[in-house]
Design a protein around this ligand. Structure first.
Ligand code: SAM
Ligand code: SF4
Length: 473
């Protein structure tokens, strides 16, 4: 058990706060300017900060509608209708930090502290598998007991659990920043994405909401992806906790963070997340975040980020209510969690009250995985548990979808269909089975008859019906 040795000597922030504030002064009513920026994005080019600022500041309702339409078009044209599904698995809620907004903060004496023992962790993994999950994000507080060796061990334990026909095929992690050695240790355990949110990129605000603990060091966190990438982790998941500071500032800062990674490592973030602050047990701050955007502003921010970083995956979690999640999907969200429970030990049968006392915050979408899959299929989306790229060593899967012409049609859609079929046969309710089969028929119908892939896919689907699993292209 050890904490990483923080060393921020020689590091300098790459977030130009003054410049961002200056860019955010600009106002545009120029339709042509907005159209040109959208066209650049639809041409698959990442936007520059001044262009993003123009979109963020466009307020004329007609322009805002154009921006949303642009985001919808980009999502449709490049990514199609797939939605990747995952679930969070909270491993432990001990924490040495005191983040003012978080139910896990050290000074929260009402929270019931819990770290899963390995047999409890396996039970959680079993019950997630028994519901049909294949992709998880494992989440940890920041504490000496959750060091890199512990995280690696918990990831290995989860990969090893096989319940019936179930298995977890990709584990991502959301854990406090490690040093390079620590990142090598967790990479060796086979993690997919390393996700961490800067919370706020605004330094003064960062200082005020992170009064103590390792997390008080802004630069140590800001350079976490640099260390992860130095350790060979190519897939990193970025985010800002929306509500701490102005959402437009955070959106601009995430673009600067993206540019920093592109310039230094040749690759931007695998995903961008937009967690909004939710109420949390005994946490006043979380009930009154100082910069909470309206739903409308939040949605527009999502559309603008879709256009600004067209190659990245975008995640929206069950923090948000159903209707908002459904709308956001059309603006470019590509991954959502489903059937989530964030109490430590919750999946294996803790009752709701006990679970709530161990939770970091409150969720607003409580649908089961089965319900989410049924509803997505009904709305002409294609739920996917695909892990093909990761399994074949094609890291940066989302970038491939974006950059390689025909990749989505050749790999992503067929793999989504195969994993949906597995789900339907092994876990679906009768109602979801019917909706899912209708979705698969619809997708097959959309493939041209002379597409050789259609034949290969049909053969693989037959094998799945016969009982084979884990088939992908
Ligand atoms: N403890 C690690 C850390 O802080 O880096 C792991 C992350 S923490 C368990 C997961 C994320 O939850 C945090 O990064 C933060 O953005 C988010 N979070 C914390 N409090 C929240 C709240 N009240 N509402 C919504 N999200 C919250
Ligand atoms: Fe701890 Fe993370 Fe919560 Fe901060 S956000 S108190 S570091 S769990």
């Amino acid at each position: 058990m050890s904490l990483p040795k923080i060393n921020v000597d020689g590091l300098k922030s790459f977030i130009p706060e003054d410049k961002i504030l200056h860019l955010l002064q600009c106002k545009t009513t120029d339709r042509k300017q907005v159209e040109d920026i959208i066209a650049k994005s639809l041409d698959k080019q990442r936007l520059n900060p001044d262009e993003m600022a123009v979109l963020l500041n466009a307020e004329d309702p007609e322009l805002v509608e154009r921006i949303k339409e642009g985001a919808r078009e980009l999502k449709r044209k490049i990514y199609g209708n797939r939605i990747v599904l995952f679930a969070p698995l909270y491993v432990g809620n001990d924490c040495i930090n005191d983040c003012t907004y978080c139910g896990f903060r050290r000074s929260n004496l009402e929270l019931v502290r819990k770290t899963l023992a390995f047999d409890e962790l396996e039970k959680e993994a079993r019950s997630l598998e028994a519901r049909g999950h294949k992709r998880l994000i494992m989440v940890y507080g920041e504490h000496p007991r959750y060091d890199a060796a512990f995280i690696a061990e918990t990831v290995r334990k989860v990969y090893a659990v096989k319940e019936g026909k179930g298995e977890i095929r990709r584990v991502n992690i959301n854990a406090a920043p490690l040093d390079v050695e620590g990142f090598k240790t967790v990479k060796a355990a086979g993690i997919g994405t390393y996700q961490i949110f800067q919370e706020t990129y605004h330094r003064e605000t960062y200082r005020s909401v992170h009064p103590s603990g390792l997390k008080a060091d802004y630069l140590w966190r800001l350079f976490a992806f640099d260390r992860a990438m130095e350790a060979g982790i190519d897939d990193v998941g970025m985010g800002a906790l929306i509500g701490l500071y102005h959402h437009k500032f955070e959106a601009m800062a995430m673009l600067y963070h993206t540019i920093h990674l592109e310039e230094k490592f040749g690759v931007g973030p695998h995903t961008i997340s937009f967690p909004r602050i939710e109420p949390a047990l005994n946490t006043d701050y979380a009930s009154h975040p100082p910069f909470a955007p309206s739903d409308e502003e939040f949605m527009k921010m999502i559309a603008v980020i879709r256009l600004a970083v067209p190659y990245t995956g975008m995640i929206l979690t069950a923090r948000e209510p159903v209707a908002l999640r459904n709308e956001a999907i059309s603006y470019g969200i590509s991954q959502i969690d489903a059937g989530s429970d964030i109490g430590v030990g919750a999946y294996a049968g803790e009752d709701e009250t006990a679970s709530g006392k161990k939770s970091q915050f409150v969720l607003n979408d409580n649908r089961s995985l089965d319900e989410v899959i049924g509803e997505l299929c009904d709305a002409d989306f294609l739920p996917s548990f695909c892990t093909g790229c990761y399994r074949l060593g094609r890291t940066g899967e989302h970038f491939m979808e974006f950059a390689v012409p025909g990749f989505v049609k050749r790999f992503c859609t067929p793999n989504a269909i195969l994993t949906l079929m597995e789900y339907l046969l092994d876990y679906a309710s009768q109602e979801t089975m019917e909706k899912g089969l209708a979705a698969i028929r619809r997708e097959l119908h959309r493939m041209p008859a002379d597409n050789p892939m259609k034949n290969h896919l049909s053969q693989k689907l037959d094998k799945i019906v016969e009982g084979q699993r884990d088939l992908f292209f």
